[in-house]
Design a protein around this ligand. Structure first.
Ligand code: FES
Length: 71
């Protein structure tokens, strides 16, 4: 059974990560391809995750907040 393609989208979660949906490829600055192994994942934007580029929930521990006009 084939899984239909999902149109990629990125959603900025208020006071949290960037939620990425769809079939996307993540390229590190080095050019290395980072595999997410799932079609929905969260990218850290607070800077403290221990599993960058992915979010590990640490943003909650540090009280990360985002600007209201960028959400
Ligand atoms: S946004 Fe979740 S750990 Fe950084």
């Amino acid at each position: 059974m084939n899984i239909p393609p999902v149109t990629p989208s990125i959603t900025a979660c208020p006071n949290g990560p960037l939620l990425v949906r769809g079939d996307v490829e993540i390229l590190a600055a080095s050019g290395e391809v980072i595999t997410a192994n799932r079609r929905t994942f969260a990218l850290c934007r607070c800077g403290v995750s221990t599993i960058k580029p992915f979010c590990d929930g640490s943003h909650k521990l540090i009280g990360f907040t985002t600007e209201a006009d960028t959400e």
